[in-house]
Design a protein around this ligand. Structure first.
Ligand code: ADP
Ligand code: MG
Length: 683
């Protein structure tokens, strides 16, 4: 149950004075449904209205507030602006300009001979000073010198929002403090309520802003710590592999140092009764599959079963084939199960799973449906973790006799500092070393005006027996228009290269997709035009060219993953990034970075730096992770601290039951991270 003290904050915005259905709509568009949302709608900047008694040309470009007296009106013919000639108390002239046939209105606001307080931006127009569309300050109106600027939507002004946020803050109760006192003192953070007041009064108040961001990051870390505590307190099953299966492996190469180290870490985790919660981060091609295979072999050596979950049908089948090859000759049974398997086939697999005949099962989500029962599932490997939320991770835990060990793998490069935000409950291993002999991918950035040159280059590549991917632009994030763009491109390429050109997209049925992929894999087609469905994992070593249209519309992490589709064989690979003709400075820098490095972790770090403070990690780009107060650069500073503090609270300060714990519970609700609380109660 939500603590009662929070009730006023969780009321609808309609309880605020001046909010009716008409204003509720634009508020809604900003995602402001409850009073707390309004209070958390923080200003992004401010304007200073400089108080002045005299007009000075040195103030040109600034917003000033000054007392002026209207002297004369100059209305131009037709639709021209109305100019009100006015003087300050020293007799200096300025013209106040009103566009849009508002002459009657201007005269009414500014009667000749009457002194008025005026505020607006002072400009120079020829030799004259002017203020366009000035604000006329009512005598009793208090004009703030520092006026906050809020993110707006149509129908709302910053001043209006300032009035609403002030009301919301006034309704906010004082909340008990959840921040550890030493930390709060060291950082010189104000209390929660004071921070809200201060940030809305002065958007440049760094301490107040930081404190609120910390609260959010802390709630996030606390929720994850609760998940971790909940998992770890269950007794799992210690798996001691005796090495008998791993000894039989005949690999054409030796493990990289990073692979050996990681397998060692996993082996250590598996030997504990507390279930493993480990994230394996490794760039595309760093050899995560082999690490997963070793982990699963340990489970089987210990007499248990292991399952590996892939995000797509194609990937599940590919992993299955890869593992069958890698583990060929070992006395174990490997199965595959996806949504495509129906009827008898499915029944047979289910039987073999229940009897323990299958040691390792690869598949999509289908492998965790209720009907699927394992004899003794002790290890779950999740490939491409970013597709799975905390919630799914939790349901996996329910499958084993004892809660299974969990190994999650991701190739999505995330800056080190942000890893905690997404995977705070896990221990992290990094494959930071590539297998030897990899050819670096050469990346070039080309303007889209040069489409013909690119198509010619593709022609030469195909003539040499190569295969290629052609990734179509993301059009406004809608699947439908993605598809249209991909279909059109496939058409134009077919006109030149005939039926060597195949098309794969997200709206195809899994079986259709697989068929297209299989054809491409077997080199029966040579160009695969695709929407981003090829993003993850697909492996065709002979495809050594990838063209990505509108590369500037993709996130760098995604571009990096797409690029990782090539460079899988021993031949030289090329990635052509096509860009729009007008690019922002940042877009340019981002594409240049892609050209410069193949190191996914470096790309992630630099991308964070390039995007800088302005951009929040929204739900869209990062799955479940939604932050509204903490920007990535703030998180970089606050995460470790919040992480440590959350663990301290749970492990040593009495969890949620102690006095600080009760306060922390409020923080979880405040940031909608209360799933963590529910979990703890049920456990
Ligand atoms: P990813 O981390 O992207 O999943 P994979 O597991 O698919 O990478 O491995 C990429 C390729 O590298 C595969 O062809 C695999 O056989 C090969 N590979 C993995 N480990 C090594 C190694 N230690 N030495 C040489 N090649 C390796
Ligand atoms: Mg992989």
């Amino acid at each position: 149950m939500r603590p009662e003290i929070l009730n006023p904050l969780f009321a609808e915005t309609l309880v605020l004075k001046g909010v009716g259905p008409a204003i509720a709509k634009p508020l809604d568009r900003l995602g402001l449904a409850r009073v707390i949302d309004v209070a958390f709608h923080l200003p992004t900047g401010y304007v200073d209205r400089l108080p002045r008694t005299e007009l000075m040309s040195s103030d040109v470009g600034r917003i000033i507030t000054i007392t002026l007296t209207a002297r004369d009106y100059r209305t131009s013919a037709g639709r021209g602006p109305t100019r009100v000639q006015a003087t300050d108390m020293h007799g200096n002239y300025v013209s106040l300009v009103f566009f849009g046939g508002s002459s009657g209105w201007a005269k009414k606001l500014l009667p000749i001979g009457e002194a008025k307080r005026i505020s607006g931006r002072l400009d120079e127009y020829g030799q004259e000073l002017q203020i366009v569309h000035p604000d006329i300050v009512e005598p009793d109106e208090e004009l703030r010198e520092r006026e906050p600027i809020y993110p707006l939507s149509e129908g709302l002004t910053s001043r209006r929002l300032a009035a609403l946020t002030a009301q919301a803050v006034a309704r906010a109760p004082d909340l008990p403090e959840w921040i550890e006192p030493g930390l709060k003192a060291k950082r010189e953070w104000p209390g929660w309520h004071e921070s809200l007041e201060r940030i809305h009064a002065d958007p440049s108040d760094a301490k107040a802003r930081e404190r609120l961001a910390y609260d959010e990051v802390f709630a996030n870390q606390l929720a994850m710590t609760l998940v971790r505590a909940d998992t770890r307190k269950r007794r799992g099953r210690a798996l001691h592999g005796d090495g008998r299966l791993r000894d039989l492996l005949k690999l054409p190469y030796t493990l990289t140092g990073a692979q050996s180290r990681t397998v060692g870490e996993i082996e250590g985790d598996l030997a504990q009764t507390a279930p493993m919660l480990r994230l394996l981060q490794g760039d595309v091609g760093s050899g995560k599959t082999l690490v997963a295979a070793m982990a699963m072999l340990i489970a089987v050596e210990a007499g248990a079963q292991a399952a590996m979950l892939a995000p797509t049908e194609i990937l599940a089948r590919q992993h299955y084939e890869t593992l069958r090859k890698t583990l060929a000759g070992l006395p174990i049974e490997i199965g595959v199960l996806t949504g495509r398997d129906k009827g008898r086939v499915r029944e047979a697999i289910l039987m073999a799973l229940a009897s323990g005949e299958i040691d390792i099962l690869i598949g999509t989500h289908a492998i965790f449906q209720d009907a699927v029962g394992y004899k003794d599932l002790a290890l779950v490997v999740v490939d491409e973790q970013h597709r799975f939320g905390v919630a799914q991770r939790m349901t996996l835990q329910a499958k084993g006799v004892a809660p299974p060990h969990l190994l999650a793998m991701t190739a999505t490069p995330i800056p080190r500092t942000l890893t905690l935000a997404q995977y705070g409950e896990m221990d992290v291993s990094r494959l930071d070393e590539m297998p030897p002999g990899r050819q670096p991918i050469e990346t070039r950035v080309i303007s889209e005006d040069r489409l013909d040159d690119v198509v010619n280059a593709l022609g030469r590549h195909l003539a040499d027996g190569g295969q290629a991917y052609w990734v179509c632009p993301l059009v406004e994030e809608s699947e439908k228009s993605d598809l249209a763009a991909a279909e059109m491109r496939a058409e134009t390429l077919r006109a030149r290269f005939g039926d060597k050109v195949a098309l794969v997209h997200g709206r195809m049925k899994p079986a259709e997709k697989d068929a297209v992929m299989a054809e491409f894999s077997a080199a029966r087609t040579s160009v695969l035009v695709a929407t981003t469905v090829i993003e993850v994992g697909v492996d065709v070593p002979n495809a050594t060219l990838i063209v990505i249209e509108h590369a500037d519309r993709f996130g760098l992490a995604q571009l990096h993953q797409l690029r990782g589709r090539v460079g899988r064989g021993t031949g030289r690979s090329i990635c052509l990034l096509m860009r729009g003709s007008s690019l922002s400075e940042t877009s340019r820098a981002r594409l240049a970075l892609m050209r410069e490095t193949n190191d996914g972790f470096r790309i992630a770090e630099e991308d964070l730096r390039l995007r800088g403070a302005g951009e929040l990690l929204g739900t869209k780009q990062s799955g479940e992770m939604a932050f509204r107060l903490a920007t990535p650069d703030m998180m970089a500073d606050l995460l470790q601290c919040a992480h440590d503090d959350a663990r301290l609270l749970i492990d040593r300060d009495g969890g949620l039951e102690g006095p600080r714990g009760q306060a922390a519970r409020t923080a979880l609700y405040l940031f909608d991270r209360d799933a963590g609380v529910a979990l703890l109660r049920s456990g």
